[in-house]
Design a protein around this ligand. Sequence first.
Ligand code: HPA
Length: 279
Amino acid sequence: MHRKQGAIYREQVEEAAAFLAHKISVRPDIILQLGTGLGALAEAVEEQVVIPYAEIPHFPQSTVTSHAGNLIFGTLCGRKAALLQGRLHFYEGYSARQVAFPVRVLSLLGARIAVITNAAGGLNPDFLPGTIMVFSDHIYLLPDNPLRGPNVDDWGPRFPDFSQPYDQRLQKTAFASAVELGFAEVVGGTYVCIPGPSLETPAETRYLRMIGADAVGMSSLPEVLVAIHAGMQVLGLSVVANVNDPDNFTPILLDDIVSAAGRAGSRLRQLLSRIVPQL
Ligand code: HPA
């Protein structure tokens, strides 16, 4: 990216942040990015200010029907929060930078914690549909990085450290909350992000498992990279919709993913309701 394009991107982010700052009276401390089948968490937000992505200057529009496109500000379990109901994916044709645009904008409004959720495919054979995986680490396999191009030093360092991408305290809070709720199927693991939209072949599934991933999806990591670059603490959560066994491969159908994520979604909502007040 040329220096000029970098300056344009910065201006766009700052314009979007200024637009939002005028719409809200309270700035968010926490961002929640809601994944497939998880949008219903928005109902729990009090004193809602709902802003469709389409109204926000320069905000990319979600083209996926399983994702609404609203930014919701308000109070969630007593905390000042901004919910991204609907996300953008690399496979839709956006650059990684565009995918992470909303998180960058919200970081400028002062958010310090990002909770990033998605529906994913299980690679770890111990997982079951409905398992909730807390990210302990990740593998970034997109052919584009949201931090590529001129660095804005006011936003974060040129070479951000990733030796500890997921905050330990947030992970512990998630596990302790799961125990309190009696949810057995909450485990830690490594998430790998593939470009999509084609799903994995059996050989690719075997490969992703071999390189150390426990769950695979087509989202979330551009947002995580920008959140960490911006100095935020990140909690990543996947709802495992399907488990892929390379030696006994069955078709992966979007309808199945959406319905499995929706079924597990109520447990994820309960978990988040317990985690958020402790963040
Ligand atoms: N692969 C990739 N992305 C997914 C899957 C999967 O099996 N399930 C849900 N999202």
